[in-house]
Design a protein around this ligand. Sequence first.
Ligand SMILES: Cc1cc2nc3c(=O)[nH]c(=O)nc-3n(C[C@H](O)[C@H](O)[C@H](O)COP(=O)(O)OP(=O)(O)OC[C@H]3O[C@@H](n4cnc5c(N)ncnc54)[C@H](O)[C@@H]3O)c2cc1C
Length: 161
Amino acid sequence: MKSQTLGFSASVCPTVGVGGHFSGGGYGMMSRSFGIAADNIIDARLIDVNGRIVDRKSMGEDLFWTIRGGGGASFGVIIAWNIKLLQVPETVIVFTINKTLEQNAMKIVHWWQYVSGKVDEKLLLRINFGRANCSQAGSGRETVQASFTTLYLGRVETLLP
Ligand SMILES: Cc1cc2nc3c(=O)[nH]c(=O)nc-3n(C[C@H](O)[C@H](O)[C@H](O)COP(=O)(O)OP(=O)(O)OC[C@H]3O[C@@H](n4cnc5c(N)ncnc54)[C@H](O)[C@@H]3O)c2cc1C
């Protein structure tokens, strides 16, 4: 990575391939601010069914629109994407908060549904559900845990209010 302040809005997970990810849309932790990966594609090179290599201009706007969300494989083989890099702040905030059922996870998830789409667009709050050991001493039980994974494109002074 040559720049600390140029990013791209794509997957939460670093292992996905761009062929399927970009052509399927591609949401990530910066999508509330910058849109999905497909929104930030400037051009593409595709081998069509006749073996021709086409770019945005020669494939036409309809096909170019389709391969940015409709899945690439139905339309050809994409051999290159030309993407727009995005300016991100030098300092960002990342944190995860875990809450089990016993720690009121369901109540917080309920609130999350009302809040997560309304907060500042620089803040993305997502939830993963998983299994965890129950914190009640000696119970030996498993419970459901909600993990709130967060990225804020800015500094703590503007996040806290
Ligand atoms: C662990 C994991 C985490 C994920 N996280 C996210 C996430 O955070 N956000 C999100 O939006 N999605 C996520 N996904 C879904 C991911 O975007 C899709 O699985 C995507 O299809 C992965 O692309 P790929 O090229 O690796 O997949 P592949 O399985 O190789 O391809 C998927 C489809 O795209 C076609 N394809 C691949 N490359 C090309 C190409 N060059 N030209 C034409 N067609 C092509 C394939 O033929 C196939 O039909 C995740 C998936 C996994 C497994």
